[in-house]
Write a protein that binds this ligand. Structure first.
Ligand code: GLY
Length: 312
């Protein structure tokens, strides 16, 4: 089977001055993931390395440079899902794991459970060879400054380069037809300590079923959870999609099932929750699609000719 890869760096009001960094970050993530897939490597390795690149890049809200909680700490969530077994590995409210996606993978592969949180998750990380970092090593200068502004003024998106929430994600299919989806986030800025959004929740921020496709979401977690958006989008891939947004019907009806599924899921998010967000997906044949109802979303995918397409 022809491998496929799509990534995102969050759907938000990305300011002009961050566009280049977002494009470059998505390109680096594609390069890292594709270096595995192109030489016959696994989709699991591809989504893990792609997300690690995005987690390490402070322009994105995941890993280093995540938004801070009300208490001024980073708390990260992540998930990886296997489309063949329907098993996921997820971790939430991590304060001392530099690359949360590595722990999600470890849970997927080596834990009897599918989700661990807080100290228990970090203990599992340590026991399984993932070195813990100091909480302050995840705090970027920009987010520290943003948090200080929110403290002295009031919490406002403009203090956070225009975004309330970010999130990164990747979906890949390898030569053997194995499908994996993954999502990682620092969550929303100034969130209450202990808050968990959609990202690490199976079916909400991420879902993969090799019979239909794989999805990674971004946006306002409390709304995405309401419509179980990733599973909703995957289910829309199971049938020829119909146009649910009458105002867009003329455009929508010429689109592929993959494009329609992405658009319908985002349409549903707006219609039923009045919230904003985005998603990326691969259908079971590796066709990429994306949709968002925010001003911009950072994303990238590998085109059929092997070239990298990135956009913001
Ligand atoms: N979508 C990220 C969050 O709400 O935590």
């Amino acid at each position: 089977m022809k491998p496929a890869l799509i990534v995102h760096g969050g759907a938000w009001d990305i300011p002009d001055e961050a566009v280049e960094a977002c494009n470059a970050g998505c390109h680096r993530a594609l390069t890292a993931g594709w270096s595995h897939l192109a030489r016959g490597g696994s989709a699991l390795d591809a989504v893990e390395v792609a997300i690690m690149v995005l987690e390490d890049d402070p322009v994105f809200d995941a890993g280093y440079g995540s938004h801070l909680t009300l208490d001024g700490r980073v708390e990260c969530d992540a998930i990886i899902m296997n489309g063949a077994t329907l098993r996921s590995g997820a971790a939430a409210t991590l304060q001392r794991v530099k690359n949360p996606i590595q722990l999600a993978r470890k849970i997927l592969e080596s834990c009897p459970h599918m989700m661990l949180v807080a100290e228990g998750a970090e203990r599992f990380a340590k026991e399984n060879g993932i070195k813990l970092c100091k909480p302050e090593e995840l705090v970027s200068e920009a987010e520290q400054e943003a948090w200080m502004k929110c403290k002295v003024d009031k919490h406002a998106a403009e203090h956070h380069r225009g975004h309330e929430q970010g999130t990164v994600g990747a979906v890949a299919i390898d030569r053997n037809g194995h499908l994996f989806a993954a999502t990682s986030t620092g969550g929303t800025c100034c969130k209450l300590p202990g808050r968990v959004g959609d990202s690490p929740l199976i079916g909400c921020g991420c879902y993969a079923d090799y019979e239909a496709g794989g999805v990674s979401c971004t946006g306002y977690g409390e709304a995405i959870m309401k419509i179980v958006m990733a599973k909703t989008a995957v289910d829309l891939l199971r049938r020829p999609a119909t146009c649910v947004d009458p105002s867009q019907a003329a455009d929508n009806c010429n689109l592929s099932t993959a494009d329609l599924a992405a658009r319908e899921a985002i349409h549903l998010l707006g219609k039923r929750t009045h919230a904003t967000g985005g998603l990326i997906l691969l259908d079971r044949l590796g066709n990429p699609a994306f949709a968002f109802n925010t001003p911009r979303m950072a994303y990238g995918y590998v085109a059929p000719d092997g070239s990298f397409i990135t956009s913001v």
